[in-house]
Design a protein around this ligand. Structure first.
Ligand SMILES: O=C(O)CCC(=O)C(=O)O
Length: 208
């Protein structure tokens, strides 16, 4: 993975120049008085190269989780990084995100949804257990999939179709008062990744 990133660092260092540093194209949805989501379609142009490099070079793991009384494989693969050194492009993206949203994004985890059968269930990220408010950017790569968010207390969901290069940002109390998911779908889809940026020096494993 280091070898792959280093070999392509010239390519990787070019792309952030083309991201919308003004964030003026953000479509903001106020979920309630204290929580929001922003969707920036096509925020990272030319993201297919990054997808290919991560697919080939990230440290993919099959994680498990408890479901009722047994451990089951998560229906996706995950690669987690305590620093952004291996990925010059993502380090630059993180700097742009931090410059706009505030936190210094120093860590990330990447999920690989191999096809339409992979998914993640309703959850709030771990930062919501530590902080009342947070800003969590998620960059999508590869195939378009649905991303849903609904009140933790129950109620209808708000849905987004996120394509490769799109940025979704959850803010305010979204990790505490809301739950999000990337559902399975019946319609066949190719592989998709989500790159989740985290500011905390503590472990960034999402809460189940
Ligand atoms: O795949 C996504 O868009 C969301 C991923 C996510 O919520 C997570 O890993 O905690």
């Amino acid at each position: 993975m280091d070898r792959v990133a280093a070999a392509h660092s010239d390519l990787f260092s070019v792309a952030p120049a083309s991201v919308d540093r003004t964030f003026t194209r953000a479509r903001r949805v106020e979920l309630d008085e204290t929580s929001w989501v922003e969707h920036l379609p096509g925020w990272l142009p030319g993201s297919d190269g990054l997808f290919a490099e991560l697919l080939a070079g990230a440290g993919w793991e099959q994680r498990t989780r408890w479901m009722y009384d047994k451990r089951v494989d998560e229906p996706r693969l995950t690669a987690e990084y305590p620093d952004l050194g291996p990925f010059p492009l993502l380090a630059e993206v993180a700097a742009v995100l931090g410059g706009h949203y505030g936190p210094a994004y120093e860590r990330l985890w990447i999920n690989l949804y191999r096809d339409h059968r992979d998914s993640t269930g309703w959850h709030g990220d771990g930062v919501g257990k530590r902080e009342a408010e947070s800003v969590v950017p998620v960059l999508s790569l590869g195939a378009a999939r649905r991303f849903l968010i609904k009140p933790a207390a129950g109620g209808p969901s708000v849905g987004f179709t996120v394509a490769g290069g799109d940025l979704v940002v959850m803010g305010g109390r979204a990790q505490r008062d809301w739950r999000h998911c990337a559902p399975k779908q019946a319609t066949p889809a190719g592989p998709r990744m989500s790159v989740n940026f985290a500011p905390s020096p503590r472990p960034v494993v999402p809460a189940g």
